[in-house]
Design a protein around this ligand. Sequence first.
Ligand code: MG
Length: 158
Amino acid sequence: MFRIGHGYDAHRLEPGDGVVLGGVRIACPYRVVAHSDGDAMIHALCDALLGALALPDIGKLFPDSDARYKGIDSRRLLAEVMARVRQAGFRVANADLTLIAQAPRVAPHVAAMRAALAADLGVDEGAVGVKATTPEGMDAIGRKEGLAAHAVVLLQQA
Ligand code: MG
């Protein structure tokens, strides 16, 4: 009846003019180094969905050697992953995401992220948790060299 999945992703940061996280563009003095738009939160979410169904991860579904995925909006990847979830006969019960980043500050964007992700997952916003924490200056993320995200999802048979 139920399947649970976990996903994790991390990307390096470099000087730039903004990042995309949780489907939301955030202006800041950094950019994410990535083949796609570098949305680590959505990448973690995709891997959680795929993991719940024991399917290959997004690195295998959307290889970064494939030019079709260069600079791609990660919400398009999430849409493809959700198509597989539905094909498998499941729907999302809830999702919970945690961003670990010293920069940028995302608190003002959490509501927009929850709305974007809920729309993409086909659930109410009340079924999507988005949290952000900093490592309080510790480690590479604390030095703003990168950021990381975890996601957990529960699927139920549709
Ligand atoms: Mg990624």
